[in-house]
Design a protein around this ligand. Structure first.
Ligand SMILES: Nc1ncnc2c1ncn2[C@@H]1O[C@H](COP(=O)(O)OP(=O)(O)OP(=O)(O)O)[C@@H](O)[C@H]1O
Length: 527
């Protein structure tokens, strides 16, 4: 299988070519000339580009590492990395099965970070569900921890959203229901709150894309790739099974006495039941963010400024922006409204989510194409992908960071308020067989050398796991969206329809104005 780097190079070549061919006829006032035969110089350039790709491929292959302690595995491909880890596809030489191996560098971890990894392992050991990535085994050497995981060869859902711009309602339902069943299992059967449900932490198994008989594109899409036929019970858009990964921020909410999740026994104190419901509601809010993003291709909360973004998240200000949301069903919007509401007590629980009519609707036949008179536009995610090298690009990294900030703000808002409320009342209920393993969660605002706290001083969140945030630094956090081509592209001369991100960038002043017009927790409806 070609490496990610090689695929990125190809994708950029393709996207560049596609974009160029598409744009030229629109700008020309006279018909464009027929394509010329390739000149020898062009042929030479293409040959050299191909040779370079092959060279890179060879180099990447020869760079695959070997680890002391992992002799029973043959590493075949790098799948991804985290703050302190690399994840590889590998073959288990004893069973001949393909697996993923997460190699964590022990020497880079302090004691609480080590405890955190062990907590992640402990939580994963206790789970067994088709929508949760399985931990096959765990071992360690002097220098590394090795987590052998079920291989999800499709990789992150995030990249599939970028590739397809957004998903149809059928495909979104296929994806989100699998995630929801995983969350239901974690919440109700394992007493685990994931706390980091986002497209980056949702992995998928690939299925072939069956080209659509009548490709459906929303009229304002410039380059939406065909997601193919949706096959009920199998999937579409190349996505089969979807699973929840990365339990690094997860928390166990067990009742200490009964060793069962809080609230499953009749005599559990009401405030403890309520507290647990609040913990779980963080995942429900995140589920709403993911569903929103799947359906339109950009996140619900977004701003260049950390302060404004924080404010928007805290107040639940988001919109179903026109024209991107015009063709999406009222039922889907209704469901999102019940997830992205500020008051956790009002927010749907996982069972309420699963009972919603949108979740239980049969896959709809593709709608007929509707005429649209405005300019064709890309989604922000696709813009990021086109503007920069895919995967590791600043554009996409920035978007990922926006998700991280949004989620971190939300977690802190809710959990901070809750902690203050129950402080001294022993109501957290988060002590049980993993008891001490949750200790470090109390320090969500990790302190840095200067004694400043997480988000406020510019980190992408409470998860200080090795400085992965690219915007961290002394000057404070800024989402450089203009530089990342997302806003900049839209600001420059797209007349008929404004960018969803431009629309979502609301000044503090307008936030305050909007506040007086809206009931708390209601989305701002425009367009
Ligand atoms: N089971 C798997 N199959 C395929 N790829 C995987 C698997 N697990 C992880 N990956 C890839 O490796 C990346 C990093 O994995 P993971 O999120 O578990 O690491 P992490 O150290 O917890 O990262 P972070 O610092 O972002 O939390 C994932 O985003 C994904 O691309």
């Amino acid at each position: 299988m070609p490496s990610a780097g090689v695929l990125d190079t190809f994708k950029n070549l393709l996207r560049h070519g596609k974009h160029h061919n598409h744009a030229a006829p629109k700008q020309a006032t006279t018909p464009s000339p027929p394509p010329q035969p390739e000149t020898p110089a062009e042929e030479k350039m293409a040959r050299e580009a191909a040779e370079q790709i092959v060279r890179q491929e060879r180099e990447l292959k020869s760079q695959l590492p070997s680890y002391k302690g992992l002799e029973n595995f043959k590493i075949t491909e790098k799948m991804g990395d985290g703050a302190f880890s690399n994840v590889y596809a590998a073959t288990d030489l004893t069973t001949n099965k393909k697996v993923a191996v997460k190699v964590v560098r022990k020497y880079e971890l302090n004691s609480s970070q080590r405890a955190n990894i062990l907590k992640e392992v402990q939580i994963m050991r206790g789970t067994n569900h088709p929508s949760v990535v399985k931990l096959v085994s765990f071992s360690e050497s002097d220098e590394h921890y090795f987590l052998v995981l079920e291989l999800m060869e499709g990789g992150e859902l995030f990249h599939q959203i970028v590739k397809l711009t957004y998903f149809s309602e059928n495909l979104s339902r296929h994806v989100i229901l699998q995630v929801a069943h995983g969350i239901r299992y974690l919440h109700e059967e394992r007493g685990v709150v994931h706390r980091d449900i986002k497209p980056e932490n949702l992995l998928f198994q690939r299925i072939p894309i069956i080209p659509s008989k009548v490709p459906v594109r929303r009229p304002y899409d410039e380059e939406k790739e065909d997601e193919g036929e949706f096959v009920p019970g199998v999937g579409g858009g190349g996505i089969g099974r979807v699973k929840i990964a990365d339990f690094g921020l997860s928390k166990v909410v067990w009742n200490e006495e009964t060793m069962t999740p809080c609230g499953t026994v009749g005599y559990t104190a009401p405030e403890i039941v309520k507290d647990e419901r609040y913990s779980k509601s963080v995942d429900m809010w995140a589920l709403g963010c993911v569903l929103y993003t799947l359906l339109c291709g950009f996140p619900p909360f977004y701003d260049e400024s950390i302060n404004v973004l924080t404010e928007k998240v805290a107040r639940g200000y988001y919109t179903f922006l026109s024209p991107w949301w015009d063709d999406i069903s009222p039922s889907a919007k209704d469901l999102i409204t019940h997830l992205l509401c500020v008051d956790p007590a009002q927010r749907y629980t996982i069972d309420e989510f699963l009972a919603h009519p949108w979740c239980n609707a049969a896959p709809a036949p593709p709608p007929p194409p509707t005429p649209y008179l405005g300019q064709p536009m890309d989604s922000p995610l696709l813009s990021a992908a086109k503007g920069r090298a895919e995967g590791r690009s600043p554009g996409i990294a920035t978007l990922k960071e926006a998700f991280d900030v949004t989620y971190a703000v939300h977690r802190m808002e809710e959990e901070g308020a809750r902690r203050r409320k129950y402080k001294g009342r022993g109501g957290a209920g988060a002590r049980g067989f993993l008891g001490g393993l949750n200790e470090d969660d109390e320090e969500d605002f990790a302190e840095d050398d200067s004694g400043k706290k997480g988000i406020a001083d510019g980190r992408a969140g409470p998860r200080d796991r090795g400085g992965k945030s690219k915007s961290a630094g002394t000057k404070g956090f800024e989402l450089d969206l203009d530089g990342a081509t997302l806003l900049g592209r839209r600001h420059r001369g797209k007349g008929a329809v404004r960018s969803p991100l431009a629309e979502n960038v609301t000044s503090m002043q307008s936030l305050q104005l909007a506040e007086s017009d809206l009931p708390p927790g209601s989305p701002m409806q425009i367009g």
